[in-house]
Design a protein around this ligand. Structure first.
Ligand code: GLY
Ligand code: MN
Ligand code: MN
Length: 435
């Protein structure tokens, strides 16, 4: 759990980076309609969650450094017994003050009357534009109204500054409490992958394995999947974001599962690829071992002080060499790397930041140079090889083989810790678990 004290520290740290006489505006995520009056499961804005943990839609958080009457101002839905009977509990402004530490809280319906007065005269407005077009327009309308009222001198309100960058830098380095939650998400997800390996047999459908995975998530108190689970049998593994999950699993094929849970707002992201009948064929094993070696080579390049792209390059090197050794690529390895020949078979990057969002916030480059790792960063390492079923340049025996191996790593003082180590990735270990 994230303590109130940690939320207070996060808000304090953000305000310490803001310029004098400024305000930060962070809106809750909107609810999204799935069909008529049923909604998609609500997913809170991770920035708002990060700063206060408030779980409801229709809320706006303001941070106003040095405001005498309180720096943390909040708007949320008012209490409403009828709506609460239909849709669930609401904190109301009182709850925002007592349970979430707001200095001042108001009903969201009053925001038009109150917020412009708080914006007025500020030199800077910190805001993450482009995430919620409706709220973008609302904010611009308030700002326009203030400017109109004061005339066209532009003195009344200064410029917008992108909040995403500041929060991205903060969220990139995980605290001890966040690491604990990421470990837990990793553990649950690893257990889920083990369960899928043990339950797998020819004749099941992809969705059976999805059910096994998500069953383990839910009985472990995870919120659910952190992203739509991918279960691709046979050539479906070559579709990177395959989420139909409705094909029968066949003996002799591999199945690729990319699935991770969200636990108390923190995500895991694991991929394993294993044989439906429990035994790798020679061709599958050959491809699998290249991907595994690429992952190991990439992990070797993860330690404080090393640049972000070294892992990517290590994986590219191993994959290109491996494909040449198997005769799938032909030519000089360095030239093939320079030409990007591997891109036909490996078309994504080897990693991304991981945290409250599965593709988490934080810049990958600083001043156009790859940034270096620091303790507390969390990232995936996920090389893959995907041989399209219709690739006419490649011997048929390789067609439709798709392999990805993905784990989540915490950068530590001396290197890294694998947060998802509890699910096997060596071929023999996988075969043993499935036997
Ligand atoms: N599950 C999405 C990804 O691996 O990036
Ligand atoms: Mn993944
Ligand atoms: Mn990933």
């Amino acid at each position: 759990m994230i303590s109130n004290r940690e939320y207070v520290a996060r808000r304090r740290d953000l305000m310490a980076m803001m310029e004098d006489n400024s305000i930060a505006v962070i809106a809750a995520a909107p609810e999204r309609v799935r069909s008529k009056n049923t909604l998609y499961p609500f997913k809170q804005s991770t920035n708002l969650s990060y700063l206060c943990g408030f779980p409801e839609p229709d809320a706006v958080l303001l941070l106003i450094p040095n405001r005498q009457q309180g720096e943390f101002v909040f708007f949320c839905r008012d209490k409403d017994p009828l709506r609460e009977t239909w849709d669930g509990y609401r904190q109301g402004p009182n709850g925002a003050v007592h349970n979430f530490g707001a200095d001042d809280a108001f009903p969201i319906d009053d925001i038009d009357d109150i917020l412009p007065g708080l914006l007025e005269g500020k030199n800077r407005v910190y805001y993450s534009i482009g995430k919620d077009k409706k709220f973008d327009r609302q904010l611009i309308t308030w700002v326009d109204d203030i400017r109109d009222k004061k005339g066209s001198d532009g003195q009344s309100l200064g410029e917008f500054i992108d909040l995403e960058h500041l929060l991205g830098e903060m969220r990139l380095i995980k605290s001890a409490a966040e690491i604990k939650l990421l470990r837990k998400a990793g553990d649950i997800s690893a257990r889920a992958h083990c369960r899928a390996m043990q339950k797998c047999r020819p004749g099941l459908d992809e969705f059976h394995l999805q059910a096994e995975i998500e069953h383990e998530f839910m009985i472990s108190a995870a919120t659910g999947p952190a992203y739509t689970s991918i279960v691709g049998g046979g050539k479906n593994a070559c579709i990177l974001h395959y989420i139909e999950n409705r094909t029968k699993l066949r003996s002799g094929d591999l199945v690729l599962i990319d699935a991770g849970c969200e636990y108390q707002n923190y995500a895991a992201d694991i991929t394993r690829t294993f044989p439906v009948n429990g035994k790798f064929t020679a061709c599958q094993a050959a491809i699998y071992d290249i991907v595994l070696a690429a992952q190991a080579a990439a992990m070797q390049k993860i330690a404080p002080g090393l640049a972000y792209d070294l892992a990517n390059r290590a994986a590219m090197g191993v994959i290109t060499q491996g494909l040449v050794d198997l005769g799938i690529l032909n030519g000089d390895v360095d030239e093939l790397i320079a030409q990007g020949a591997y891109r036909d078979f490996y078309m994504h990057n080897v990693s991304h930041w991981l945290g409250m969002d599965v593709h988490d916030v934080g810049d990958y480059k600083i001043d156009n140079r790859w940034r270096v790792y620091e303790p507390g960063m969390v990232l995936t390492v996920e090389p893959g090889i995907y041989i399209a079923p219709n690739n006419g340049n490649v011997d048929e025996k390789w067609h439709g083989i798709g392999v990805r191996i993905e784990d989540d790593l915490l950068v530590t003082k001396n290197g890294y810790e694998i947060l998802t180590d509890a699910v096997p990735r060596e071929r023999q270990q996988i075969e043993q678990l499935m036997a």
